[in-house]
Write a protein that binds this ligand. Sequence first.
Ligand SMILES: C[S@@+](CC[C@H](N)C(=O)[O-])C[C@H]1O[C@@H](n2cnc3c(N)ncnc32)[C@H](O)[C@@H]1O
Length: 376
Amino acid sequence: MNAIEPTNTHTLASEQETFAETLVTMLNHGATVAMISLGHRLGLFDILAELPPASSENIAKLAGLDERYVREWLAVMTTARIVIYNAVPGHYQLPEAHAACLTRKATPGNVAVNAQFVPLIARMEDALIDCFRHGGGLPYHVYPCFHQVMSEDSGQTVVAALHDHILPLVPDLLRRLDDGIDVLDAGCGAGRALLTLAECFPSSRFTGYDLCSAAFENTAREAAERGLTNLTFEARDLRDFHEPGHYDLITSFDAVHDQADPQALLAGIATALRPGGVYLMQDIAGSSFLQNNLDHPLGPLLYSISCAHCTPVSLYQGGPGLGTMWGEELATVMLKRAGFEDICAHRLEHDPFNVYFVARREDVGPTPEENRNTGL
Ligand SMILES: C[S@@+](CC[C@H](N)C(=O)[O-])C[C@H]1O[C@@H](n2cnc3c(N)ncnc32)[C@H](O)[C@@H]1O
């Protein structure tokens, strides 16, 4: 016993030291991510990427920003090894390989877009403390810039990949969209996916529903300015969505787990499809079981977004608070409960953090055209 004690004490001390070092790294990374977000919003990475090694005065001038603040931000970026600093003559440079992960030109691989979620979460701390103490949730409008950040995020994962990667998951869909079908995006947010689709497929008709009209106002204006007549947006609480047989394709991008009544929405979607209709649902790729997500490369970030946003916005609506990580297993069960029988979950190479479900109701049967193709 006595012989073991010193070893145990030694092990504990070394474990504590290692953990303390990990925490210090986390502090540095957390602070850096907040500053990456700031740099993204101010366009600083985009300017740095276009410049040869430059002084803080030059960078600030080109960005139209205060030099003292820019210099301090550059110090963060330098000590974080994102920017290279040459003390004489006092020049800063963003290496090309780093620019390829941090600039608007790097879209859809701009990680600075995702960095914005961290300060967004941090800004909600006081409100969340209240939720932790008293329960309840938070409405969308108390989250500053949520829909804008979300739109940038899904702009990279969904909009940029729609035509080449996502739509081809559904056999024959591109042709049907070309011919002209009715499409709904449930929980469309800023509606950028619909805008892209409406421009690409003028013979099809597109509808976007979202709880928050503020989310899609700008896109609706843009669509009108571009003369698009095949796209409409409507502010709708989808808890009682009921439009039987209205659509040939229904999409939802990262929108089901936040809902007031996700199960009712899925059931509504199932009945809103016409014969041969298909539901394309993108959601976060993760397991419904915490123990399976231990090695998820974005586990802490996704659970943080869940804790600070997805869970409280659902609870505020009286929803079940499924959370961001409701997971593929539960999603499949809920799709089945909603009446979908033919469910296929796809992973796409460009987007390892999402899963794309293609779901159909068997009882509504194939389209007359599919019948012809299969010789029935
Ligand atoms: C994570 S965002 C995704 C938005 C968009 N699909 C995208 O990918 O950018 C979830 C969306 O669901 C909407 N939403 C949440 N609860 C809703 C409800 N009860 N009825 C309709 N929309 C709702 C939110 O307003 C939000 O725009």
